[in-house]
Design a protein around this ligand. Sequence first.
Ligand code: KG4
Ligand code: ZN
Length: 353
Amino acid sequence: MIREFKTPVSGNTVKIGSDAGYDQIILATESSCDETAAAVVLNGRQVLSNVVASQIETHKKYGGVVPEVAAREHLESINLVIEEAVEKSGIKIDEITAFAGTVGPGLVGALLVGLNASKTLSLVYDKPFLGVNHLNAHVCANYLSCENNNPNNWGPPFICLLISGGHTQIIRVKDYCNQEIIGETLDDAIGEAYDKVARLLKLPYPGGPLLDKMAQTGNKDRFKFTEAKVGEYDFSFSGLKTAVLRLVQSFDVQELPKEDIAASFQESVSTILLKKTLKAAKDSKINQIAIAGGVAANSEIRKKFFALQDRGFKVNAPEFKYCTDNAAMVASSAYFLSNVIEKLDVEVFSRVK
Ligand code: KG4
Ligand code: ZN
């Protein structure tokens, strides 16, 4: 598909998309939460550079992301991160076709930093500005080139399970331009549940990856958690979180079987995620399944999903660095999606609209 955008100063038309008939280079920024990122991507797939400055060390001492602190850190890092992305890409900034940035959902003060940087670059270099939805971008991480720039031919139709710190959704991707949300969490996001359970097990923020590690040595069958009764493609994790809290409270601190709780929790959530995604794929008669978002880095979830290959499904997951927040996925989304916003006065937004 081709979409036409205008350059902001001279008003020239620029064609973007796989059928536009020429190579397109998009520089994107991403600053929706606690990562300041910039990337340069060729034709929606080939990552020429991908720079991420993480704020985890800063937020660790507060046990979670502090929005005001995040915004200030983004301000300090954004120019350096963009400069590094341009330098590493090996291209000159005036060779860039368009500038993209994340519009939302995310932390408003944080989003404003990356988005304003992209808008400014668009005005200064007179190239189109492309505003992107963060969740669409996570799904597009599946299109990015792999290690050593090996080409990646993954494409629609597929069902994507998007699991991140802020979101849990099942998305039907029938073609490159549209993504349809068919199920989502009614309360906590899966990453949030991971981080909260990790805190109960006294692990530092962000606990998800540490809980994943701890679960490797635990007995996954020791504790059973009941699954919430919600819509067939929807999720609810608040009951599960409370069940873990009660379980933790039933032990003396010194005798807390942390590894077994971690393993049983992980087994429970990964089973639910797999079951619902599989149902959505079967109902939609689609035999390709992808995962995306920070929690898609989880070892057990990856194991369970890739095991579907033995049952006739094609399965894809982005490389770890493209699972967590990054700007390469934003550039890819700007190249492919039809809901890209080119208005320079677009406002950031905090929640899914
Ligand atoms: O996608 P992401 O970087 O940020 C959002 O857009 O929310 O996701 C961050 C989330 C955090 O909750 C983190 O604990 C979780 O991803 N996470 C994991 C793993 N790696 C990151 N959760 C479970 N297992 C992991 N290996
Ligand atoms: Zn994210």
